[in-house]
Design a protein around this ligand. Structure first.
Ligand SMILES: [Fe+2]
Ligand SMILES: [Fe+2]
Length: 142
């Protein structure tokens, strides 16, 4: 069974963010399956590097949205991103050093963190972006 199961209640309504969240689900599930099936630490470390890079990319997209729209909650939201990136980096180090059991436990923590973040700060950001969409479109004369 997958670690994370996608539900429509996780949707924020901003297509780009939702597509990236689904991809993050897939990456986390893939890593969890690799751990469960006893894949080698090299493969797991590589998959965690991919997760780290993709997460960093996703956060940079959200942070650009926040900067472009002068979002008031930018600092708290970005700090959460930084904390998660550090956590994935630690996880990768543990996998690289062969501490896979510890990594497995941290995957549950990562899962909870992602779900809480998607449904809290990311939904808050999405509401802000969607509310801004009309004035932005009007201002360019569409
Ligand atoms: Fe976020
Ligand atoms: Fe996000």
């Amino acid at each position: 069974m997958s670690l994370l199961r996608w539900k429509d209640e996780y949707l924020t309504g901003v297509e780009e963010i939702d597509e990236q969240h689904r991809r993050l689900f897939d990456l986390v599930n893939g890593i969890y399956d690799m751990m469960r099936h006893g894949r080698g630490q090299e493969a797991i470390t590589e998959a965690l590097s991919e997760l780290f890079e993709y997460t960093r990319f996703h956060f940079s997209v959200e942070e650009k949205f926040m900067a472009d729209t002068k979002y008031a909650g930018v600092s708290g939201h970005s700090e959460e991103h930084e904390r998660l990136l550090n956590q994935i980096r630690d996880l990768r180090c543990e996998a690289r050093d062969g501490r896979i059991v510890m990594s497995m436990n941290e995957m549950y923590f990562l899962k909870d963190w992602l779900l809480t973040h998607f449904q809290g700060p990311d939904k808050g950001l999405a509401v802000h972006l969607l509310n801004r969409a009309i004035p932005v479109i009007e201002s360019v004369g569409l």
